[in-house]
Design a protein around this ligand. Structure first.
Ligand SMILES: [Zn+2]
Length: 138
């Protein structure tokens, strides 16, 4: 780990790829995906089976990998964080995290995202290459 310099500076702009696994969905059979049901009096009400989502999680179908390119992200903070391996989380995300960037510009509007140096990419094109690699890996 090079502690001497970061690839990005404060105010620089970069991109990253967010990825997560979400349960597969199946259409709600009670409302046929319409999100509402129609009563005998013709009035509509939010479907009680799917809470108005129109779908439910299909645990038998497993998970779908959902990826999204985030950016342009503006770097608002740079932190060197060293975590001992025994502080590792279940997901391994804490392991010797090294240089991390605090950014703004995330699609959810939150400003508390931190991105590890290895996941901060210099261009949208680089992020597209990384996204394709993540999808291929599955
Ligand atoms: Zn429903």
């Amino acid at each position: 780990m090079d502690l001497g310099r970061s690839n990005f500076d404060l105010g620089d702009v970069g991109f990253t790829v967010s990825s997560k696994k979400e349960p597969a969905h199946k259409q709600c059979p009670f409302c046929n995906g319409d999100k509402v049901i129609i009563g005998a009096d013709g009035q509509t009400a939010t479907c009680p089976k799917c809470s108005g989502k129109g779908y439910s999680n299909d645990w038998d179908a497993g998970y779908n990998l959902v990826t999204r390119i985030e950016g342009p992200l503006t770097i608002t903070g740079i932190t060197l964080e060293i975590v001992s391996p025994d502080k590792m989380t279940f997901w391994g995300s804490q392991k010797g995290r090294g240089l991390i960037y605090r950014v703004k510009g995330y699609s959810d509007g939150k400003t508390n995202h931190i991105i590890e140096e290895s996941r901060m990419l210099p261009s949208k094109e680089a992020a597209e290459v990384e996204e394709a690699r993540i999808i291929k890996k599955g």
